[in-house]
Design a protein around this ligand. Structure first.
Ligand code: SF4
Length: 379
């Protein structure tokens, strides 16, 4: 298992990690399988029904709210350190799904972390937030009932972070995050801002205590654990409901990892490893044409032996983002395995699909620029 690099039993939310064995990880951290909920919704999101959302904590609370149409919150943050790629898109696809199922949506833009931990200048954080991230979120389908804010605009958030920090010791934070001596103090304080982001939504002025879902990739679990812990410690003062979470698998990058020979990780600092929501459509299409596949070295061999969609990054992009119809996806899977589909045709199809998606997304982003203000919340 490569999720722990140097420190056993610690997931580092700031590191670029790769998980080989989700089950082992879930056992170690007490995360439950999402499988029982896959068939619970007739219109389950494709990431749910295709096994990409794999784990959860306390999802039953959210399930009950959706079924009985009771209020609940869906929240996820976004760093303002750069444009969003398709790995980030997965979280917001889920958030939009929850909003359509009755969730009260909050999106904190964590420009304080982007500045203090990643060194992005304050003005640039604002520009990225308002000109790149929010228009993309609107283009992905977020409705204006969502409340988006910059963390430093929210005085109640900062007060809450200070309140929580009183009851967590450095040793406790250390046991969750495994800080190193060279980490700066902003990185050590930042988790309290994250905790406050999630629990702020349960203050009376933001709707009061109610179940809260935080869809995250597994590397963000330390933030979930500390938030649930804080919610419990402050339950007498605030009547918090411990937040629930779901965990989804990472979307592989488009390039091969020379060490494993399999698709590598997406990295915001390597433009060829992923498609960004700000990429021009032809650039996005070109990236998929050059992506790593699970095909055989020659067309002849592909036709004889079939390809391997289970390790193919093109297939993963079709599965996670580009094909809504399950039947169509399974036809591609079977055609690949039986050798009836060759990679050239398959990649051409995927690149046409992403071209069409991006063209539509860019059009919607341009329209969205005019209404960004409708989504922004200030304290
Ligand atoms: Fe991947 Fe498609 Fe090639 Fe199969 S045919 S290995 S799914 S690119």
């Amino acid at each position: 298992v490569t999720y722990v690099s140097e420190r056993q039993s610690i997931i580092d939310p700031w590191a670029s990690i790769k998980i080989d064995d989700y089950e082992q990880l879930f056992r170690e951290f007490g995360i439950e399988s999402f499988a029982p909920y896959v068939k619970a919704f007739p219109d389950a999101h494709l990431l749910m029904r295709r096994g990409v959302v794999v784990g959860h904590r306390d999802f039953q609370l959210i399930y009950n709210c959706i079924k009985s149409k009771k209020p609940f919150v869906a929240i996820t943050g976004r760093a303002t350190s750069g444009p969003m790629h398709f790995g980030h898109k997965m979280v917001f696809d889920l958030i939009v799904w929850y909003q359509r199922h009755g969730a009260d949506v909050f999106i904190p833009l964590s420009e304080a972390e982007s500045y203090a931990v990643r060194g992005v200048p304050w003005e640039e954080c604002r520009r990225i937030g308002l000109e790149e991230i929010v228009p993309s979120l609107i283009a992905l389908g977020l409705e204006p009932t969502a409340r988006i804010y910059f963390q430093t605009d929210m005085l109640p958030l900062l007060k809450l972070a200070y309140t929580f920090s009183r009851k967590i010791t450095l040793n406790e934070a250390q046991s969750i995050y495994g800080f190193s001596g060279s980490d700066n103090m902003a990185k050590i304080f930042f988790p309290f801002i994250q905790v406050a982001d999630i629990l702020l939504t349960q203050l009376q002025r933001f709707g009061g205590p109610r179940p809260t879902i935080v869809p995250v990739s597994i590397d963000q679990d330390p933030h979930i654990r500390i938030t649930r812990d804080v919610a419990e410690r402050f339950v007498n003062e605030y009547s918090f409901v411990k937040p629930s979470s779901t965990y989804h698998k990472f979307l592989s990058g488009l390039k091969v990892d020379p060490e494993t020979g399999k698709p590598g990780k997406m990295s915001a600092s390597d433009p060829e490893s992923s498609v960004f929501l700000t990429d021009p459509p032809d650039v996005a299409a070109g990236k998929l044409l050059n992506a790593f596949t699970g095909g055989q070295p020659t067309v002849k061999e592909q036709k004889e032996k079939g390809g391997n969609p289970d390790i193919c990054s093109v297939f993963e992009w079709l599965k996670y983002h580009l094909i809504e119809d399950d039947k169509k996806l399974s036809e591609i899977y079977n055609a690949c395995k039986s050798g009836n589909l060759v990679c050239g045709d398959c990649k051409a199809h995927a690149s046409e699909l992403i071209y069409a998606f991006m063209r539509d997304h860019h059009y919607k982003r341009e329209q969205a620029r005019k209404i960004v203000h409708k989504y922004m919340m200030h304290s």
